[in-house]
Write a protein that binds this ligand. Sequence first.
Ligand code: PLP
Length: 387
Amino acid sequence: MKINENYLSQKNYVFTEISKRVSDFKQKHPNKRILNLGIGDITRPMDKRLVEVMTNALYEQTNKSTFKGYPPETGYDFLKKAIVKKYEENDISVLNDEIFISNGAGCDVTNILNLFKNVTAVIADPTYPAYLDSNKLCGNDVLLLPLSKQNNYKMLPYGIAENRSYLIYICSPNNPTGATLNYDELKQWVDFANKTQSIILFDNAYESFIEDNSPKSIYEVEGAKTCAIEISSFSKSAGFTNLRCSFTIVPQNLIRQSQNINKMWLRHQCTFFNGVPYHIQKGALFALSSEGQKICQKNINYYKKNVKILKKYLKDLNFEFVSSNNSPYIWVKIPTSQNSWQYFEYLLGKGIVCVPGSGFGEWGEGYIRLSAFATRSDVLAVSKLLL
Ligand code: PLP
């Protein structure tokens, strides 16, 4: 046996590196207040009703007649039905067996690589780091498409050879830049993927933040069922970053090399994964109910208000930044000649935690990302310290 040497040449995962630096800083400055606008974890406590639903579901385990053993590998029918309904409300038809309940978008978007060999991944730069890192760890080729002011931070299928197929990562609204692809832009990707027999991995983690008429699912786009896998998460929409629940749609019509990718993912999940706990799926079900949706929307509105406050500060302080109204993140140009890790250290010295843009890729150099998933008091305190 040989070890996978790709693990040796990789730097620390950027969020791990940030945690390490912040914890070193805290040790040296135990009394300094830390304002966390960094890794993008949520800060709002869970609603009591949601926890009550999950607690009751957990208590079912104490009763002989309601006790449950292993969950179904791809999820309970009750949650799948609610997801089918959620898509139906958007005029999208999704079949029960196209849905795979999982324990996080992060897991599925990386584990899906097990289905493919000789991959060339198409990834935006800057990007959510797990796309690039997982491909590098697997030794895959990567085609990076730079996002900059020139292309409005939008990744589009321009200048890519059409004589082969790709695994294409699309995150819209984008982490970290917030750019959101409209119907026509997504249609260009769908047409490109169908033409080249590529597969789109559509990361829908921030769908619930969309407030304009941008598609909230890749399946709104004609032709997507034959080329796209959609990965959605309860993490940011319903506050499940700790509880872990997500769902991935692999259409039955997604066929590559005469093979049904849905069947392959089913085989994968049945082998590598044993399902999400019953009470967590009951919590996710509640989050999709009308009562749950109101609770989720309240939290989303709270974070959106944070975005507004931060944008006002940045504007008043003459920072250059981009942020769509569809995103919980603000992509800020560094106002000095420092590189992004230097500027990260400079802000950390004041007690502000951000993510250095270069952690998202080379084209992220010169920027930082601020997360609005912070507490209101942290957001309000930031303004006095930014300059
Ligand atoms: N995809 C993107 C683009 C993200 O930003 C994140 C988390 O920040 C994830 C996936 C991970 O989601 P989950 O908590 O469902 O694993």
